[in-house]
Design a protein around this ligand. Structure first.
Ligand code: SF4
Length: 104
């Protein structure tokens, strides 16, 4: 291996080593995201916000707006069906709670 090849190899190796923590972080976030358990509507936090798995079931709630559902909410995270208000759980894209705010 000549000096130029050795330098190129060392530079690429250092770049790869520097990128390892970023890759590991992304992988662990993805793994964590897949571990979210579906939000139980009977859980106290869910009941406090009147969460339902099917938005139409909330039609008698004064805060409900026709057509509103989790998938259109600013707190919804499409990547894992997560919700910023229930960080340990996933929510139903067709669900709803009274904290619904239209996605921008
Ligand atoms: S805050 Fe939005 S995404 Fe979360 S449960 Fe309520 S309506 Fe669904």
């Amino acid at each position: 291996m000549d000096n130029q090849s050795r330098r190129k190899f060392m530079r690429n190796s250092l770049i790869a080593i520097a990128a390892l923590p970023l890759g590991a972080s992304l992988l662990s976030q993805r793994a964590f995201a897949q571990e979210l358990t579906p939000l139980d509507p009977s859980a106290p936090q869910a009941q406090a916000l009147h969460y339902v798995k099917v938005a139409a079931e909330a039609s008698d709630n004064a805060s409900y707006k026709e057509g509103s559902k989790c998938s259109g909410c600013m707190f919804f995270q499409e990547a894992n069906n997560g919700c910023q208000l229930f960080p340990q759980s996933s929510v139903e894209p067709e669900g709803w709670c009274q904290s619904w705010v239209q996605k921008a």
